[in-house]
Design a protein around this ligand. Structure first.
Ligand code: ISL
Ligand code: CA
Length: 554
């Protein structure tokens, strides 16, 4: 059977992302750390996740919370020491779980010694580790915008040249054309793999190969610029293949690439089983839905039919030849229950429905910290309470363009990255049990109602729902490998699909609306295995009701 041949542990296991700054603080400095994570591993084990993805924990000046790395081989001192890391890895493995690291090699920090050297002079041996260009007509080399506002070029007075930074000016882009850069990167991959880690999540990996003519773009929206100008550059597959052949293929690990700009037409080039590149990608199509010409703070409307179509198109594009990671939230986006669910009246129901969605699609599910208790977006009253560099940069830009403070704040409430970065809410005690000191970002004031301790004792616990679903998925490989068939494609209120293999037939029906809906799909011969509300009644779906049915094929 072809699916048997393709069985892989990284398809069957579930990923859980930790944002270390906000997970658990062990020493009262208000910042989450490695010993904090160690102290909470039993929570993750009990939940039933398998692979922990750690957002960056390397030495960093923290311009972009660690996505700006100063030293790839050292642990950020706020997070602990290398021996804390080794202990964490051991403790993870002792529980039968795995650990993957975030690999951020499209850019380094401007405080990395390579860049410090490169800046010294045009003939410095590290100069070519980055992209330097002469300006044009007293301005930057071209009109490329940065992800975080303003130009993607920063002027260096000493050499009268500009360097490229697709993110903040403290994140200069590395020049992968230079073989020495690629050797450095292979060296650091080996460094971490030899410590025994189980793989990498690769940050903005389709951006590593630049279009070296550096032509002006003439496109209308930022997303289009990402897709056509920054992503999928001419040598990206050569580079990925090279690190795979030279390093990654020598270890039993998994890789998942974060894929801004990877669309369904090029997805298989990254993850095709025969390609020797990545095991899977996070495409961002559904996450960028609603981003207008100027990005997330310039929103446009969308609906569930758009979301469903994206999932459907990607399923078709992958077929039996490639694999995806499925997710609805991470540290860059709002809380899933606030964005795709109803974080008010139906917070519990919708949090569970979204859990069922993520854990029954075809692909490796990836959960984000706090979703297992239905954590929701935060509403801070003042911009000064926000910490994210993206929010602050766009704040300046939007206000300068005449947008009011109140209007911008309401966009931040809906779309800002700090929504996902407030501390994990463990219990009702001060600072939600996250820290005994002043926290680096304020705790969401709703922590007395929403926290793990309260949730665990609730009759309709979200945590328990996740736990049951995770263990059910483990026992039912059909939910991993089974064929995926969708129903009622144009229905705006119900998402319905089947997962089918030789032995089993699952039918999943999700009413993602605030109203009662007719089931409008036959479930004759099926048994209801799991649902998210107490009084489920036959032909009618309650608001945000999610059902998982099963029928034996024999
Ligand atoms: O959230 C976004 C900006 O609005 C995304 O476009 C995001 O910037 C993009 O997906 C890349 O994200 C990754 O690389 C960034 C880092 O800031 C993000 O946290 C990371 O996930 C630069 O390293
Ligand atoms: Ca700490």
């Amino acid at each position: 059977m072809s699916t048997e041949l393709q069985r892989k542990w990284w398809k069957e296991e579930v990923i859980y992302q930790i944002y270390p700054r906000s997970f658990m603080d062990s020493n009262g400095d208000g910042i989450g750390d490695l010993r904090g994570i160690i102290s909470k591993l039993d929570h993750l084990h009990e939940l039933g996740v398998d692979i922990i993805w750690l957002s960056p924990i390397y030495d960093s000046p923290n311009d972009d919370n660690g996505y700006d790395i100063r030293n790839y081989r050292e642990i950020h001192q706020e997070f602990g020491t290398m021996s804390d890391f080794e202990e964490l890895l051991e403790e993870v493995h002792a529980r039968g779980m795995k650990l993957i690291m975030d690999l951020v090699v499209n850019h380094s920090s401007d405080e990395h010694e390579w860049f410090v050297e490169a800046k010294k002079s045009k003939d410095n041996k590290y100069r070519d580790y980055y992209h330097w260009k002469k300006g044009v007509d007293g301005g930057p080399p071209n009109n490329w915008p940065s992800f975080f506002g303003g130009s993607a070029w920063e002027y260096d007075e000493a050499s009268d040249e500009y360097y490229l930074h697709l993110f903040t000016k403290k994140q200069p882009d590395l020049n992968w054309e230079n073989p020495k850069v690629r050797e450095e990167i292979k060296g650091l991959l080996k460094f971490w793999l030899d410590k025994g880690i189980d793989g990498f999540r690769m940050d903005v990996i389709p951006l590593i190969s630049k279009r070296l003519n550096f032509e002006n773009h003439t496109l209308g929206s930022f997303n289009e610029v990402v897709e056509k100008v920054y992503s999928n550059g001419p040598k990206v597959h050569d580079y990925l293949n090279e690190i795979y052949e030279d390093v990654l293929s020598k270890y039993d690990i998994m890789t998942v690439g974060e894929g801004p700009g990877i669309n369904k037409n090029v997805g298989l080039k990254y993850v095709g089983h025969d390609r020797g590149e990545l095991n899977m990608i996070f495409h961002l199509d559904h996450m960028f839905l609603g981003h207008g010409p100027k990005g997330k703070f310039d929103p446009i409307p969308y609906d569930w039919c758009d979301i469903k179509k994206i999932f459907r198109d990607w399923h078709e594009a992958m077929g039996e030849s490639g694999w995806l990671s499925i997710f609805l939230d991470n540290h860059d986006f709002p809380r899933l229950v606030s964005r795709f669910g109803n974080d008010n009246q139906y917070r519990r129901e919708s949090a569970k429905l979204l859990a069922m969605l993520v854990l029954t699609q075809k692909g490796t599910a990836c959960l984000y910290q706090g979703s297992e208790i239905g954590m929701s977006n935060v509403v801070f009253d003042s911009i000064s309470e926000y910490r994210d560099v993206e929010t602050h940069n766009f704040h300046k830009e939007f206000i300068a363009n005449g947008v009011s403070e109140a209007d911008f704040l309401s966009e931040v409430h809906a779309h800002g990255r700090d929504n996902a970065r407030t501390p994990f809410q463990w219990d009702e005690s001060e600072n939600a049990g996250f820290s005994s000191g002043k926290t680096w970002i304020n705790v969401n004031p709703n922590y007395k109602e929403i926290n793990l301790a309260v949730d665990k004792t609730a009759k309709d616990s979200i945590f328990k729902f996740y736990k049951n679903l995770l263990s059910f998925r483990k026992e039912n490989l059909c939910l991993v490998y089974g064929q995926w068939v969708e129903h009622m494609l144009e229905n705006k209120n119900i998402y319905a699909y089947d997962r089918i293999d030789e032995n089993t037939h699952f039918r999943i029906v999700l009413n993602h609306s605030n109203e009662v809906q007719d089931l409008s799909l036959s479930v004759d011969g099926y048994e209801l295995i799991m649902n998210n509300i107490e009084d489920s009644s036959g032909d009618q779906l309650s608001p945000w009701e999610a059902r998982l049915y099963k029928k034996s094929n024999s």
